[in-house]
Unconditional design. Sequence first.
Length: 351
Amino acid sequence: KVRVGGGTVIPGAELFKLYDTFGFPLDIAQDVANERGLSIDETGFREAMEGQRQRARASWAGSGEEAVAPVYKELAVHPATRFVGYQEMEAVLAEILAIVKNGESVQEARPGEEIEVLLDRTPFYAESGGQTGDRGTLLTERGRVDVADTQKRAGARFFHKGTVHHGNIRVGDRVTKAVVDRDARLATARNHTATHLLHAVLREVLGDHVKQSGSLVSPDRLRFDFTHFASISPHEIERIEERVNAHVLENIPLDTEEKGLDEAVASGAMALFGEKYGDRVRVVRIGEASTELCGGTHSRATGDIGLFKVVREESVGAGTRRIEAATGEGALSHVRGVERVLRDSAAVLKI
């Protein structure tokens, strides 16, 4: 189409249409253009992507949680929450800066009420980068809050969503103990570390064109969306599982460090396409297997994953595939379930 019109540059809007509608990555578009003696308008592409982000934010702002956004804007006067959860899963002497109930800032909450609690410091990870928020318990001298989820609001302010179990909870109270659900956190960490290994192995098995396009990391399992333009064969799934589990058996220690963004990318850390990063970033390195920019929580070593098992693989759109997988006890439970089905089927068929 560009050649027919006598041009030599593929417009950014057309490149973004290919990416948004068909999942066609920019780097592959660049390769195709080079082969045909054309160039691409990368600036126009990024402007189109940013335009879509702005439209998405505008449409989202009028519904769901964001319908009560004014209260979070009011509470933005408080400093950003200090996250101490990389080092510990239990913190003491945090202060309750604010309480939100039914979309309004309140001074006190009573037993049975569902609230959101803003602390000055916390070991609870707030949902971000595809990783779900922590759950656990907040204890004060007056009462207890059972936390079901943790979310970021108004920038880097962590709101602990939960129910008052007993006692009264008041603004200004000292949290004598903030305790993260250890089992859920460790399971999530296993799945997050496995996600990084899966990303690296997919590029190894399927090709360097594989790019992450979305993910969900929870205590139960992981979901990973990526660019790929063909179905994945059973043999390839087996190969992917073999390579990830090989890294698990190596028990590779994880190394994390904070760097400047340019320095981190120059050192080989993979940045996710379209993601916005600050000047300082956290780099998660798994030996020679994987190096990514990531603010999530991870296992201490790959051996903590125990076992990796793909439970589902499917297409979720043109040029985009999805893998769901389980680790540790979740993977073992899946394998046992499959074995039960096979045993029952063999008994019925008498084979």
